[in-house]
Write a protein that binds this ligand. Structure first.
Ligand SMILES: C[S@@+](CC[C@H](N)C(=O)[O-])C[C@H]1O[C@@H](n2cnc3c(N)ncnc32)[C@H](O)[C@@H]1O
Length: 315
């Protein structure tokens, strides 16, 4: 049995987000997992990704169920207000009743008073690839989905899932960064960064977009700054930037606009994630950016509409 002593992440995503999720895995963890379970010694907040359902800090593992129970028992764990959850991973078909028995089995091996309603600490049990795992569980906090109710919307805004994943990729799991949304529109990306506790600023050339993003941020009591400016006028520096390019990029002059926005953003940040509905790879090359990674995200049920994402750094 391979011993894994780090963190186990469980993922959940719709098929049309597969490529996006894998790009996010590569950017955050440095590799992708072929299924919906990922092991890493890197600690990442499961709520920073739209796709991570939960994280277990693995304390014990065993290929035999009773061996794992003994390992837990022998540790004489004493905790008040604890709960034990069964973490269902891909391919695990353990029935509900059986899962409850397993939770009780482990719960009885922990000393202290349990609290099933509002636990202070949650232990987890799961079974994956013929191995049983026991550890400390952190669930995904799905409160960010309240952003779907933002007061100001825009028909071309990206979905909150893509916005959240962009923030996760830009920050690579590190919340202690300064992030820029270079073309913030109504602030979809800014809301996700603010929820994650990341210091983000936004910029948009259009006064109405700025007004709407400020209203959206205020609605959720976030304090991020929005500059009404052409990005080329902004004189600041950031650890990472996200650019969701204006969508009418098909004529020559609009290619020029895209190039200008990208070049100007590259002056402000070393790491840039660019989003476009057009294939702008040549523009990225002519801007001097180095493309590190790429994916396409199709819109659910609309195979003709897709967004392209490039992870770049200043060359
Ligand atoms: C595709 S929209 C961004 C949508 C945004 N991600 C959202 O979810 O609402 C592109 C935005 O770029 C802005 N924009 C265009 N040229 C710009 C420039 N030179 N500097 C800053 N913003 C610009 C547009 O006003 C528009 O709001």
């Amino acid at each position: 049995m391979t011993t894994r002593t780090d963190y186990l992440y469980s993922y959940k995503y719709d098929t049309h987000y597969t490529e996006l999720c894998k790009l996010e895995m590569r950017q955050v963890f440095g590799f992708e997992s072929n299924d919906k379970v990922l092991f890493s010694n890197k600690k990442v907040d499961p709520s920073s990704s739209p796709f991570i359902k939960g994280r277990m800090k693995v304390l014990f593992q065993a290929s035999d169920y009773y061996e794992l129970l003994s390992k837990v028992e022998n540790e004489n764990i004493h905790k008040e207000d604890f709960a034990v959850d069964y973490m269902i991973l891909e391919g695990d078909t353990t029935a509900f009743d059986k899962r409850r028995i397993i939770q009780k089995d482990f719960g009885y091996r922990i000393e202290g008073e349990p609290d099933f309603q509002n636990p202070g600490i949650v232990f987890g049990v799961c079974f994956y690839d013929q191995v049983w795992y026991f550890g400390l569980l952190t669930h995904h906090n799905s409160n960010w989905q309240k952003h779907n109710q933002k007061p100001c919307s825009f028909s071309n805004s990206i979905s909150i899932n893509i916005a959240k994943s962009l923030v996760s990729m830009a920050s690579m799991g590190n919340k202690d960064i300064k992030l820029l949304d270079a073309c913030c529109g109504v602030g979809t990306i800014m809301l996700e960064a603010s929820f994650a506790g990341i210091d983000i600023e936004g910029c948009d050339i259009n006064w109405r977009a700025c007004k709407h993003s400020r209203e959206n941020l205020e609605f959720f009591h976030y304090k991020a700054k929005v500059y009404r400016s052409d990005i080329k006028e902004l004189k600041k520096t950031y650890d990472a930037a996200i650019v969701d390019l204006p969508y009418n990029l098909y004529s020559y002059s609009n290619d020029d606009i895209a190039l200008n926005i990208i070049e100007s953003t590259a002056q402000l940040s070393h790491r840039i994630i660019v989003v476009s509905i057009a294939d702008i790879e040549e523009i990225l090359h002519s801007s001097g950016l180095k493309i590190l990674d790429y994916c396409t995200v199709e819109k659910k049920g609309k195979s003709t509409f897709s967004r392209k994402l490039w992870v770049c750094e200043r060359g």
